[in-house]
Write a protein that binds this ligand. Structure first.
Ligand code: SF4
Length: 391
């Protein structure tokens, strides 16, 4: 048995920037440090060259670049390119290798993962125009008000607008569509994939009954029509981004209404009979961390919730910019919620240990977006956070 089977069956296409696409067995292999984000600063650990850019998924799996990794995994040698997993395993069995996604376990054939473009119906506060087309409105507002340098500085360079290359434009996308019988699992990330007409239109005529589908979605677009299309797949494995509840959700995931999202998710659960897995992903920032206990209670143990720290973690709304006394209060609250997740607790503990309290930076980021959206943070944020921000 190889140490991990992803180098033998999986290709993740990364093509956010205009340069040539990169191919990886998983996202974890790109995370050679904790400041990784899948849309920026992508490393090239498998050393792809521009000449490789037209390789199809079968050729990629059989390439020399993959073979060296496969050989090491087959021989039980811990390849240094999988450092992210080895490092995580030093603290316990927490790595993606030891906790593969359910779709990875359930799929025998070839698995392909595409980053679609940035078309999205939400403009979330922690996201970037590179991943959400709607955030371009905020970017244009900052440009008009000569605030681009401010927003760039306060988000540590994350909030930037750049030309996006969609995976759908890659030759490999056409190959996958024309060879769908060879594919066991299709994974897509956006933008919002269910808002992407190019993706949906490509899926409709396909024969999908042998295909598992994983979508990372904001969960707002599960109409009856969408559910009928999804029901044609073999199995559905969905990651739903959900960071908070109620008004706080609406502040973070502007301009959406929480009740509407709840209804959409309920429709998905009711109408789709081939759901194999739903998990929630919560991006933790100072904006929502005070409501995470309520999110956990709202979930009521229905599905797993995964917690990811906002990127970059020292941007204005990063939790490390909160004061230690508030972080300690949050730690105790989370510890006492019935479900207590060690990753979330570790994240809070790290923010206490590496604390960089910075109220000015936080308030600046908050107010910049408030001004472009005509919102007031006092209407949406937790009283404990407000009393520190106002103090
Ligand atoms: S060991 Fe980890 S980094 Fe390496 S291929 Fe498997 S999941 Fe990816």
């Amino acid at each position: 048995m190889p140490l991990c089977d992803l180098p033998f069956k999986s290709v993740f296409f990364i093509n956010r920037k205009k340069d040539f696409p990169l191919f990886m067995p998983c996202e974890a292999i790109t995370k050679n440090n904790e400041s990784h984000c899948p849309i920026q600063k992508i490393p090239n650990p498998l050393e792809w060259q521009s000449d490789d850019s037209e390789l199809n998924p079968e050729q990629i799996i059989n390439s020399l670049n993959y073979q060296t990794l496969q050989d090491n995994h087959r021989k039980g040698i811990k390849d240094k390119r999988c450092k992210f997993c080895w490092d995580l395993e030093k603290t316990g069995p927490h790595s993606p290798r030891l906790n593969p996604d359910k779709i990875d376990k359930d799929t025998d054939g070839l698995m392909v993962h595409f980053l679609l473009d940035n078309k999205c119906n939400m403009a979330c506060r922690m996201c970037s125009p590179m991943a959400s087309s709607l955030l371009q409105k905020d970017f244009n507002y900052f440009k008009h008000h000569e605030n681009v340098n401010d927003i760039t500085s306060v988000t540590d360079g994350f909030f930037s607008s750049d030309d996006i290359v969609s995976s759908v434009e890659l030759s490999q996308w056409d190959w996958v569509i024309n060879n769908i019988h060879k594919i066991g699992a299709l994974k897509v990330t956006g933008g919002e994939p269910l808002f992407n007409k190019q993706f949906i239109n490509a899926m409709i005529p396909l024969k999908k009954d042998g295909l598992n589908l994983n979508v990372t979605t904001n969960g707002s677009l599960f109409t009856n029509k969408m559910c009928d299309i999804l029901n044609e797949f073999k199995g559905l494995y969905f990651t739903i981004s959900l960071d908070s509840i109620g008004k706080n959700y609406e502040y973070v995931r502007y301009p959406y209404n929480f009740k509407k999202v709840e209804k959409s998710i309920a429709n998905f659960i009711k109408r789709c009979y081939n759901i194999k897995e739903i998990k929630y992903n919560c991006v933790v920032s100072a904006l929502n961390i005070f409501y995470i206990d309520e999110l956990i209670k709202w979930n009521n143990d229905s599905f797993n919730i995964y917690f990811t720290e906002v990127y970059p973690n020292l941007r204005g709304i990063g939790i490390k910019n909160l004061p230690v006394f508030l972080l300690k209060e949050l730690y105790d609250i989370i510890l006492n919620v019935e479900f207590s997740d060690h990753m979330l607790l570790n994240m809070i503990q790290k923010a206490i240990d590496d604390n960089q309290e910075d109220k000015q930076k936080m308030i600046k980021e908050i107010k910049l977006f408030d001004s472009s959206r005509n919102q007031n943070f006092r209407d949406y944020l937790h009283p404990n956070l407000l009393s520190w921000l106002d103090g």
